[in-house]
Structures are given as structure tokens and as C-alpha cells.
Design a protein around this ligand. Sequence first.
Ligand SMILES: [Zn+2]
Ligand SMILES: [Zn+2]
Length: 343
Amino acid sequence: MKKTTYLLMVLTMVFSLTACDKLVEKGIKKQMTQSRTGMLTDGNLHVVLVGTGGPFPNTERVSVATAVIAGGEFIMVDTGPGTVRNALLQRLPMGNLSAVFLTHFHSDHIADLGEANMYSWVQGNRQKRLEVFGPPGVEKVVQGYALAYEQDSLYRTAHHGEDVAPPEGARPIAKTIFTQDPDQAELMFDRNGLKAWAFRVDHFPAKPAIGYRFEYKGRKVVITGDTKQTGTLARHADKADLFICDALDAKTIHLAAKVASEVDQPSLSKIFTDITDYHLTPVQAAGIAQKAGVKKLVFFHVVPPLTNFILKRRYLKGVKDVFGGDIEIGEDGMTFKLEPGSL
Ligand SMILES: [Zn+2]
Ligand SMILES: [Zn+2]
């Protein structure tokens, strides 16, 4: 090979590598600077459906978590499996996570609690412990996660130093909510203009299970958690701007129970049958929304997974006959921005 040709080849390679480095660097920078921190301080109430599925695996939805962001506060209501990964992909400012509110302790609502604590601790260099609110029993859940992640926390502080991973912020702390009167909502959070009330729902034998109502600058958001029909839900959701409601298509799940029995899977059949008795159906949810006069009804904890248009049509069957307002089937990443208003 001629000397000049060789030199040209080397120069081309060096140039390509430099150009490649530049492209990758640009990509990394883009990733690192896309956090949606503006939501914290823009004066609006933001709701992001971080995860909208139930316990059944599917490629459309992970389990349940809802982010409520306003006045510098970032609350995650539930932390179902896959939701922290979703929150990071959705560029939510995990380092600013203020608190987690749990509705009850089924695994499809709590499995990412350790990850929520870990990511928010290290990303935010948090010195304060993450507060985890929930009904009685939350202490056990929080202690369990703190223990499970104890060794990891020690490694991280040892590896990255106390400025990045302050040891005092590593362990989450439980804040138990006692709803004294079963019919009344309890104000349990009031910071920087963001207020939250907890109210009892009925998800027996998961007891007590609670839902949450948020208010900020005259806007109202209600998140039911998992529940069947109760006598008080419509009152708690009264005139909400957003009513984010559990909804399971019982008719399709009963069909799944029948099929499971036919293919000799009796346990699965029993589970399918059992779960229909402690969730709302879309039509029941629509009835509550109508009675409460909410502006927008958003279905979440979507069961079964709506993997094709037939299932989706079945899920929505009869809903519009009952509720005249806006309806959305929640999707992972769906975002609502509520500008200040008057209740
Ligand atoms: Zn549940
Ligand atoms: Zn659930």
C-alpha cells in the first residue's frame, strides 16, 4: 500500500471516530437535559399516568402509578412493577420526588417502591428520608423495602461518596394514614398549596384500602386506587376535573375464567372469578362519574389488557350511555395539565 493511501485511510478513520463521538455525545446530552422539571414550578397542576395496567403482563401497559406534580411537590400514587422505569423514560424529575402515597399493598401497586426510593435518593442526593404514606400496614411494607435495599444503599454511599448518596436519606420512612371516620376524607398532606385527602374505598380483603383527592389552585383530581362500588365514592369525586378510576371489564374476565376452567387451569379460573368482585366495571365507574358531575373520566388499572380493538370495544360498551362527559382510557405516559381555576 502506498504511504499516502495508508495515511488517507487513517485520517478517514480518525475523522469518522471523532464524528461518531460527537453524535453520541450529542445524544447523551439530549438524554440528560430532557427532564420535565418545569412541571414542578410552572404554577399548574400536572398529572402523568406513569402506569395504567393491572397485574396481567402485556406490552401496552405496566402496572399502576400516577404522578401528581404541582407547587414544587412531586407525589407518586402507587409504585407498581415497571413504573419507575416508565417514570424515568417519561423524563419525570425523580430526583425531586417528595413522597409516595400507597392506596393498598397488593404487589401490582407496591413492587417498585424500593426502586422509587433508590432512584430519587441518588438522583436528588436526598438527605431527608422519602415519606411513604399509606393505610395501616404501610410500616411493614416500608420496613421490608428498607431492609431489602440496605446493602445496596451501603455500597452506593461507599462507591459514590456521601455527597452523592447521603446515608441519612437512604431509608424510606412510613407515614400511616388513619381515616377516623369511614365516610369522611382526611386531609393528610398540605404543602406549597398542594393539598391531599385520603378516603376509604372497598377492596376487601385488602383492608383498609384508600383513594386520594388532590387540590391545587382550584383544580381537583381524584384517584380511586382499587375499589368496588361504594356509597361514598361519588361524593369524594364531586365535581372533580379529573376522575382517575379503577375499571375492570368483568364480562371478559368471566369469559377468561370459563376458558381457564375448560383448559384445566382451575386455580387461574378461580382467580379470574374472584377478582371481579372487588373492582369497578367501566359502566359502574361511568355511573359514579355521572353522579359526581366530574369533567373527565379516565380509566386506569385497565383489566384485561386491551390488546386489540375488539377488547377495547367490549371495555367501553355501555359507558357513553351512562356518562355524558369526557372519557379516556388511560395509557402509560398520558399527561394532563390543569391550569389554575376555581372549584
Ligand atoms: Zn388491589
Ligand atoms: Zn391492583
